[in-house]
Design a protein around this ligand. Structure first.
Ligand SMILES: *Cc1c(COP(=O)(O)O)cnc(C)c1O
Length: 419
């Protein structure tokens, strides 16, 4: 089939993400989506193994989310959030506060994950300034981490894996160290903080799974250690749950499952069920109270134009409704089982160094980086949408994926990695 006109006419003008445009294969033209399928212009339906960068947790075009967005579109698609309030955002904030553990009760909305991480960083810096503590101007993050592509978030990504090594020397250097996964690395982190602790405003970590940096898993014990170390050295602890939030690891939030309450948490991706851009940084009472003051200059001076967009908040409320009956837990557990059964046989294949599964995340780690663009074209020929990342071929399907669809996804990975 010939490429659609919109594609050939638009292609010279669209700058695509994360690719060398000169050599990357052309993108696949999408006509529509439905459930766990991406339907291409040529009529092929691909089973989606990625949930569109981990967003479409309830599948595409869910009637409940669609109805909520449509109703809000009639009422008010957008109003500025300065000086005005609307039900979708206020309802969403109170629901998030109720769902999140501890006193993570103060929700600041934005539109993208990276921006919510920047807001968390800004909150952390100003927390110390507002308390009259000077010198806490830098951040500590962890090897293997990914927190976004904007200037500030690039500085806290893994300097090698994080795609941003080109900019080292241009951006302010932050401390990026090994996660305290055992006694030796914990001692290393403590020694590091003995020296550098007083200049650090906050530690940032993706709890349980470091996503875009390579789908690396760590035990909940690591998070408990980080909480203890943060308290001991009086450093704020930020959990970036943009990937892990909303059920992906088997608990609604990784922090809740691990029994560790951070000072600030960032959320996005699955928040609107893959429909509209929305993110938030949620602060604990202790953080919020340092901004609550008679002094104007103690306020958080931030406010993205489209913050708390009513359509996006309506989508998020509808997404939370779908989590309410708890049936996602059984589905995620079944996906974990299917992923284990389907991917474990890859362990013996050439070039495979590890196979691991947590919740609805299945990972086959390779010895060397794989050509993502080319491989995803070959996956598409097998009727699935899988987009490898660095050295990992992974699956993060929508939670409504059927057993049969999951078999097709894992089968395609076994086929391609055996060939
Ligand atoms: C995707 C992601 C981000 C960045 O979110 P964007 O919406 O792409 O800006 C930040 N942190 C984590 C853990 C992510 O997975």
């Amino acid at each position: 089939m010939q490429a659609p006109t919109w594609l050939t006419e638009g292609a010279p003008h669209v700058w695509r993400p994360y690719c060398q445009m000169k050599t990357a294969p052309a993108p696949l033209p999408v006509a529509r989506t439905e459930g766990c399928r991406i339907i291409l212009e040529d009529g092929r339906a691909l089973v989606d193994g990625i949930a569109s960068w981990w967003t479409a947790c309830h599948g595409y075009n869910h009637p409940h989310i669609r109805a909520a967005v449509q109703a809000q579109l009639e009422r008010a698609p957008h109003v500025m959030f300065g000086g005005l309030a609307h039900e979708p955002a206020y309802r969403l904030a109170s629901r998030l506060a109720k769902l999140l553990p501890g006193d993570l009760d103060h929700v600041f909305f934005a539109e993208s994950g990276s921006v919510s991480v920047e807001i968390a960083m800004k909150m952390a810096l100003q927390f110390w300034i507002n308390r009259g503590v000077s010198g806490r101007t830098r951040f500590l993050s962890f090897l293997g981490g990914y927190h976004g592509d904007t200037l500030a978030t690039m500085t806290i990504c893994d300097p090698e894996e994080g795609m941003h090594s080109l900019f080292s020397g241009v951006l302010p250097a932050q401390h990026v160290v090994a996660l305290p996964v055992d006694d030796a690395s914990e001692a290393g982190l403590r020694a590091y903080l003995q020296e550098n602790g007083p200049e650090i405003a906050a530690m940032l970590v993706e709890p349980r799974v470091q996503g875009a940096g390579g789908m690396l898993f760590h035990d909940d014990e690591v998070l408990r250690r980080l909480r203890a170390i943060a308290d001991e050295f009086e450093i704020l602890l930020v959990f970036d749950e943009i990937f892990t939030g909303f059920g992906r690891t088997g608990d609604l939030f990784a922090c809740e499952g691990a029994g560790v309450v951070p000072d600030i948490i960032t959320l996005s991706k699955a928040l609107t069920g893959g429909t509209l851009p929305l993110s938030c940084a949620v602060a604990s009472r202790r953080i919020f109270e340092t901004f609550w003051s008679d002094r104007a200059d103690a306020a958080l001076m931030h406010g993205p134009t489209y913050m708390a967009n009513p359509l996006a908040c309506a989508a998020a409320n509808a997404t939370l409704d779908l989590f309410e009956d708890g049936s996602w837990r059984g589905r995620v557990a079944a996906i974990a089982e299917g992923l284990r059964a389907g991917l474990e046989p890859c362990r013996g294949l050439p070039g495979v160094v590890d196979v691991r599964v947590l919740g609805a995340i299945g990972v086959v780690e390779m010895q060397a980086p794989v050509p993502a663009g080319e491989l995803s074209r070959r996956f598409a020929e097998l009727g699935v949408w899988v987009r490898p990342m660095g050295r990992v071929v992974y699956l993060t399907p929508p939670f409504v994926v059927s057993a049969e669809e999951l078999d097709r996804l894992t089968g395609a990975i076994r086929t391609l990695l055996s060939s």
